[in-house]
Design a protein around this ligand. Structure first.
Ligand code: PLP
Length: 393
C-alpha cells in the first residue's frame, strides 16, 4: 500500500492536515477507504467510537429516533430522550443534575461558568479564578483554551480568559501559592490526561487535589471528556481512585460519534443555577440523546468494562514484551487508553503505520496514543499490534 499524509486541495479551512485516505465504510474496529483498503483503527475518531463502526444497536436507535420526525425542538420544550439520558447518568454516577451541550470544549466552558456562578454565590466577585495543571487539555474555546497547557494553541490567540492558572500538580507549594479561599472557584483535572501524553494521575494526587479544593472552598472538576465512559475499564475514570468531584465533563464517546457533551453536577452546585444562567440551542436534542442512552447502557454493562480491562492487559503485556524493539522509553495507560513514549518524534511512525493499514494518533511530540473502539476483538488488537511492532522495528 502506498498512502501519504498530505493536505488535500479542497474548500475546507486549512486548520487540519488530514491523512490521504478517504473513508467510506466501517465495521467493528476497521475502516475501509474509497479504494477498498481496510485499516485497523487504534484511533476510534479520537476516543469517540467506543462501540466501533456499524454497531447494530446504535444504527437501530438512530434510525428509530429519526423516524419520529423530531430532530430538534430546542430547550424551550421537553423531550423524553434528554430526560431519560439525564436520569440514567444520575443513576450511574455521583451527580444529581445533568446539563447537555455539543462538545467537550463546550462542556468545559459550561463547567467554568457553573463554577464561577457557584463561587460568586458563596464568596463574592473576587472568587472567580480557575486552576488547571501541566499537561492539561481542556479544549480550544476561549475559556477552555486558558486551561490548556500548550503554548502553540494559546499564543496566537491572546489575551486569554483572565484568572486562569496552570501549575504543576506535583508541586504542592506552587498549588498552595495559587489556590486561595478568596479567589479560587475551581480546579480542573483530567484523571488520565489524554492530549498531554496519556498520563495517569495517581490516586494520591487526586486525593490531595480534593483536599486542596475543599480547604479553599473551590470545586473539583474532573474532565473525563476523553478518559470517561468506559475508556479506562471503569464507567468513570475517577472511580478507580475513590475521589469524587463536584462537576464532571463528558463528551467524546457519549453519543456514538454524534456531537454531544455533558456536565454532571452535584445538587450543591446545581442549586446555585437558575433559568437563564446558561443555555444552548442544540444541547440534548432528541436524536443525539437517544443514541447516547443506547451507548451509555451498553458501556455500563459489566461485560463490556471487563472486556476493556482484559484487552488493556493484553495490550500492555504485548507491548512490554517487545524487548527486541529499540526506542520505547515508556508504556503507560489504563484500560484501552495507552501511550507509548518513544525516544524520537512519534509522527513518522503514525505515517508508516497508515501505509501498513493501521490508524494511530500521537499525544504530544513523542507519544503514540492507542485508543481503539472499546469493543475491539482480540484478533483485531493482535493484528494492529503486530503492524505497530513492525513499524517500530
Ligand atoms: C477532546 C477533549 C476536549 C475538547 O473536546 P472537543 O469536543 O474537541 O471540544 C476537552 N477535554 C479533553 C480531556 C479532551 O480530550
Amino acid at each position: 500500500m502506498s498512502v501519504t499524509v498530505s493536505a488535500p486541495s479542497s474548500a475546507l479551512l486549512g486548520v487540519y492536515k488530514p491523512a490521504a485516505p478517504v473513508f467510506v465504510a466501517g465495521e467493528g474496529s476497521r475502516l475501509i477507504d474509497e479504494d477498498g483498503r481496510s485499516y485497523i483503527d487504534f484511533v476510534a475518531g479520537i476516543a469517540v467510537n467506543a462501540l466501533g463502526y456499524a454497531d447494530a444497536g446504535v444504527t437501530a436507535t438512530l434510525v428509530s429516533a429519526l423516524e419520529s420526525g423530531v430532530i430538534h425542538t430546542s430547550n424551550l420544550f421537553r423531550t423524553r430522550p434528554a430526560e431519560d439520558l439525564a436520569a440514567e447518568l444520575v443513576s450511574l454516577s455521583f451527580a444529581d443534575r445533568i446539563f447537555f451541550c455539543n462538545s467537550g470544549g463546550e462542556a468545559n466552558e459550561a463547567a467554568i461558568k457553573f463554577a464561577r456562578r457557584r463561587a460568586r454565590a458563596e464568596g463574592g466577585e473576587g472568587k472567580h479564578e480557575v486552576v488547571a495543571f501541566r499537561g492539561s487539555f481542556h479544549g480550544r474555546l476561549m475559556g477552555s483554551l486558558a486551561l490548556t497547557d500548550r503554548s502553540s494553541y494559546q499564543t496566537p490567540f491572546t489575551p486569554l480568559m483572565p484568572g486562569a492558572h496552570i501549575v504543576d500538580m506535583n508541586d504542592d507549594a506552587a498549588i498552595r501559592a495559587i489556590v486561595s479561599r478568596d479567589r479560587t472557584a475551581a480546579l480542573f483535572v483530567e484523571p488520565v490526561q489524554g492530549e498531554g501524553g496519556v498520563n495517569v494521575v495517581p490516586t494520591e494526587t487526586l486525593r490531595r487535589l480534593r483536599e486542596i479544593a475543599d480547604e479553599a472552598d473551590a470545586l473539583l472538576v474532573f474532565d473525563e471528556v476523553q478518559c470517561g465512559l468506559g475508556r479506562t475499564g471503569h464507567l468513570f475514570a475517577h472511580e478507580a481512585s475513590g475521589v469524587v468531584p463536584d462537576l464532571l465533563t463528558l463528551a467524546k464517546p457519549l453519543a456514538g460519534g454524534l456531537p454531544m457533551g455533558a456536565v454532571l453536577l452535584t445538587e450543591a452546585v446545581a442549586s446555585t443555577l437558575k433559568p437563564g444562567d446558561h443555555a444552548t440551542t442544540f444541547g440534548g436534542g432528541p436524536v443525539v440523546a437517544s443514541v447516547a442512552l443506547e451507548v451509555l447502557r451498553r458501556i455500563a454493562e459489566p461485560e463490556l468494562l471487563e472486556h476493556v480491562t482484559a484487552m488493556g492487559t493484553r495490550l500492555e503485556s504485548t507491548v512490554r514484551g517487545w524487548t527486541d524493539v529499540a526506542g520505547i522509553t515508556d508504556v503507560r495507560g489504563r484500560g484501552l487508553m495507552w501511550g507509548i513514549e518513544l525516544d524520537r518524534p512519534a509522527g513518522p511512525v503514525v505515517s508508516t503505520a497508515l501505509e501498513q493499514g493501521l490508524l494511530l494518533v500521537t499525544a504530544g511530540e513523542r507519544v503514540l496514543r492507542i485508543v481503539p473502539p472499546l469493543v475491539i476483538t482480540e484478533a483485531e488488537l493482535d493484528a494492529g499490534l503486530a503492524i505497530l511492532k513492525r513499524c517500530l522495528a
